[in-house]
Design a binder for this molecule. Structure first.
Ligand code: NAG
Ligand code: NAG
Ligand code: NAG
Length: 323
């Protein structure tokens, strides 16, 4: 009897586990989702992203980060795009300093798409496509984005505490990714998104001040690099928006991030943590040695991440407010 119960239990557990692992099959996304209903959706979004990049070179990094953020909280359901309301403080206004920007690019894209195919394309899909364009237009790979996400109706500031923090160590990162069905390979490949963008001092001050009782600077940082970070982010820094580029080519999607990582020139503790285990370090070396291998892995992991299903229920008409 006991044995029988155990078997039934493991069977149920196994099914529940499979259900979780393949949740996106239930809510299947499809690269051809809008072929009949809005055949030009991708080119419309690409032209909006292209135009925005010409005016502001930080737009691609912002869009990629916005998409990560969207998918890591409540799945990829456009919850990051919602404005706070009188009663509710939304994710975009949440702690810690998430400093997301370039929401206007999604607004412009939505407006252009609505003009052509009203009430067809979700804000979550627009963001996923804009993030892909951001990568491609910065010199990175391109890929077919599976589509068919629905927009959620919930966005809570407090949920941003669930995002992996820049101060995380490898086990904390692994746990955060695993909770979303993402593996170590995905963690290393998606961290390569730090080939684009900028980090504020507050996100890496932990490596520069009172690192431990014996050393004031993280000893894994290369010495002159640490000194340069120290000079832009001195203790008690009051310069608003001070910080550092996440790699030396912050507007180009390349594998420089991994090369610098192996030289002790990473910005966040979470970057450095990728070289603290043999498995993750082997991937870092592989990606540092081959842009092609990095791109291949990045595309695979992006598709996986951007398929994390959320509680989407509608096609929002304005990406900043629920219908
Ligand atoms: C959303 O918030 C932004 C910034 O606070 C504001 O400019 C915009 O008008 C708001 N949009 C809506 C639809 O509430
Ligand atoms: C990571 O940090 C957590 C929380 O501080 C700690 O429990 C854990 O042992 C750390 N793991 C590693 C590998 O340092
Ligand atoms: C958030 O930003 C504010 C103002 O830029 C800064 O004073 C504060 O220290 C930051 N907090 C964290 C946790 O980084």
């Amino acid at each position: 009897m006991a044995a029988k119960n155990t078997t039934i239990f493991s069977l149920l557990f196994g099914l529940a586990f499979l259900g979780l692992a393949h949740i996106n099959l239930i809510n299947a996304l499809n690269p051809n989702y809008y072929d009949k209903t809005c055949p030009n959706v991708e080119s419309i979004i690409t032209s909006v992203v292209k135009k925005a990049m010409l005016n502001d070179r930080t737009v691609p990094a912002a869009l990629l980060r916005m998409h990560f953020h969207d998918c890591f909280i409540r799945g990829c359901d456009g919850s990051v795009l919602l404005n706070s309301t009188g009663k509710n403080k939304a994710e975009k206004d949440g702690p810690p300093n998430i400093s997301l920007h370039a929401f206007y690019v999604i607004d412009h894209a939505k407006k252009a798409v609505e003009a052509l195919c009203p009430k067809i394309v979700s804000c979550a899909d627009i963001l996923a496509l804009a993030a892909r364009d951001a990568v491609t237009l910065s010199g990175g790979p391109t890929w077919n984005v599976p589509k068919g996400r629905l927009d959620g109706r919930v966005s809570k500031a407090a949920d941003t505490r669930q995002l992996p923090a820049p101060t995380f160590n490898i086990s904390q990162l692994q746990q955060s990714f695993a909770q979303r069905g993402l593996a170590m390979d995905d963690l290393v490949a998606l961290s390569g998104g730090h080939t684009l963008g900028f980090g504020h001092c507050s996100s890496f001050q932990n490596r520069l001040n009172n690192f431990s009782s014996k050393q004031s600077v993280d000893p894994t940082l290369q010495a002159s690099f640490a000194a340069s970070l120290r000079s832009v982010c001195p203790a008690g820094n009051t310069v608003k928006n001070a910080g550092a580029n996440l790699d030396s080519t912050p507007t180009v999607f390349d594998n420089r991030y991994y090369k610098l990582l192996l030289q002790g020139k990473s910005i966040f503790s979470s970057d450095q943590s990728l070289v603290t285990t043999a498995n993750t370090k082997a991937l870092v070396s592989k990606f540092a040695n081959s842009k092609q291998e990095f791109e291949k892995a990045f595309v695979t992991s992006m598709i996986k991440m951007s398929s994390i299903s959320g509680g989407g229920q509608e096609i929002r008409l304005d990406c900043r407010v629920v219908n």
